[in-house]
Ligand binder design. Structure first.
Ligand SMILES: [Zn+2]
Length: 152
């Protein structure tokens, strides 16, 4: 082998090494891309399984009035959560009720002073009769000249 050939060989090796390194980078980027694609696909399939498990569980719950052996914890947990939901919904509708005009049922916001439906003084209602709807007719609201100390 001549000196020239030797030198050429060294250069070629160097070039090959550089391009190998570049290939490694490209390869690992490709691999990472491929891996994240596969991981996403796996997650996707796992999500399907979870959904199907949930459907199975719901069917089991709905087709049994009493917890089947071995499912007591889950049954009791679901029942407890359902009771909690019912309680929370009651609280919600209590708030809804208090956000209605006690006289005409028109929707009002908490800091509103007068009902836009019937014009009654909501602050008066809150002070005197906070919850119960009063059937006693209230004198017609006068919009001008009277309630000068009730400015908004
Ligand atoms: Zn009203």
């Amino acid at each position: 082998m001549s000196f020239f050939d030797k030198a050429k060989g060294v250069v070629n090796d160097a070039v090959a090494a550089v391009s190998d390194a570049a290939n490694d980078v490209t390869k690992s980027a490709k691999e990472m891309n491929e891996k994240s694609k596969l991981n996403r696909a796996i997650k996707n399939e796992e999500a399907k399984i979870s959904n199907l498990y949930a459907v199975m569980g719901k069917k089991l719950y709905e087709s049994n009035t009493v917890a089947p052996a071995g499912f007591e914890d889950q049954f009791n947990g679901i029942n407890a959560a359902k009771n909690e939901i019912a309680k929370l919904q009651e609280e919600l509708s209590a708030i809804d009720a208090s956000s209605k005009c006690p006289k005409c049922g028109n929707k009002v916001s908490p800091n509103q002073k007068f009902c836009q439906g019937c014009g009654c003084n909501l602050e008066e209602f809150q002070k005197s009769q906070p919850v119960v709807v009063d059937a006693v007719p209230v004198e017609p609201q006068q919009t001008t000249g009277v309630n000068t100390d009730n400015q908004q």
